[in-house]
Design a protein around this ligand. Structure first.
Ligand code: NAP
Length: 265
């Protein structure tokens, strides 16, 4: 019952897509600080390798950066093969890489639909499919392996921005999480999703010109998310403490979904 046992991720092997910056880097920091071996991926090889080097030095851990574009099946297979060449098993897969597209409904382009749906939904499914052999290898009844999908409160609430494909994709991520959870629990693979609210990142920052003050003032907690908020929840889901929690979509949003429909002005 000690916290260090209940919430331990020590020596777990973790793969985080899109771990070079933003929410993926925040989650990677939490695992790196607590003894896990962490693989992070991104399309920009220089950036992901630099982030891995910084995290390794900061937390005295093994963080490995892999250059990979998972928007295609070839990219997914190539990433899977790279991990399989290094590891015989995988304890935690965190499907975090995502993209958004904003445009008015009248001229929302097909490319903005396909790019977002493909990366957020199709790639998440097929990377999961490709990593199943390694996840199964790590899994047993006492120590189930975990999949954590990063959704969004935009897949629950009406979104703040005109991101039609993104909010639909994130709703799909949440339902895919429930469907896969029901299927994989019997194989000792536990699937859950986190639905973040606003966290500082390139994705959110570019939508608000990196001025988060309005989002902070609209949030019931009076702030946006921090690395501790998102890493803490991911660590819970990956640890002994989270091993009876399955198929959930857990918000991490300062109370935005809980207070939707209330007048916060
Ligand atoms: N920030 C928020 O407020 C917020 C809220 C709710 C949900 N989310 C979700 O959280 C996740 C992370 O978002 P973020 O805000 O941290 O975004 P971000 O700062 O833009 O980071 C996205 C990450 O994904 C990588 N990536 C993008 N396309 C990729 C591809 N085709 N293949 C491999 N990696 C790719 C990026 O690196 P490269 O560009 O080098 O590939 C980067 O590491 C996303 O699923 C997003 O929908 C974010």
């Amino acid at each position: 019952m000690k916290v260090e046992n209940l919430f331990s991720v020590d020596k777990k092997t973790v793969l985080i897509t899109g771990g070079s910056r933003g929410i993926g880097e925040m989650i990677a920091s939490g695992f790196c600080a607590n003894g896990a071996k962490v693989y992070i991926t991104a399309r920009s090889g220089n950036v992901v390798k630099e982030t891995a080097k910084n995290l390794s030095e900061k937390y005295n851990c093994k963080c490995i950066g892999i250059e990979s574009d998972i928007s295609s099946i070839e990219g997914i297979k190539s990433l899977s093969n790279m991990v399989k060449n290094e590891e015989n098993s995988l304890d935690v897969l965190i499907n975090n890489a995502g993209a958004a597209w904003g445009a008015p409904v009248e001229n929302f382009p097909e490319v903005g639909w396909d790019k977002v749906m493909d990366l957020c939904v199709k790639s998440m499914f097929f990377l999961t499919q490709n990593m199943l052999p390694l996840l199964k290898e790590a899994a047993n009844n006492q120590n189930p392996s975990r999949i954590i999908n990063i959704g969004s409160i935009d897949g629950i609430n009406k979104p703040e921005f005109n991101n039609y494909s993104y909010s639909a994709a994130k709703a799909a991520v949440h339902h895919m999480t429930r469907v896969l959870a029901a299927e994989l629990v019997e194989k000792n693979i536990l699937v859950n999703a986190i639905a973040p609210g606003p966290f500082p990142s390139k994705m959110l920052g570019s939508a608000v010109e990196f001025d988060y003050s309005e989002l902070e003032s609209k949030n019931p907690r009076g702030r946006i998310g921090t690395p501790e908020d998102i890493a803490g929840l991911a660590i819970f889901l990956a640890s002994r403490a989270g091993s009876f929690t399955i198929g959930e979509v857990i918000t991490c949003d300062g109370g935005l979904v809980a207070s939707a429909g209330h007048d916060l002005s």
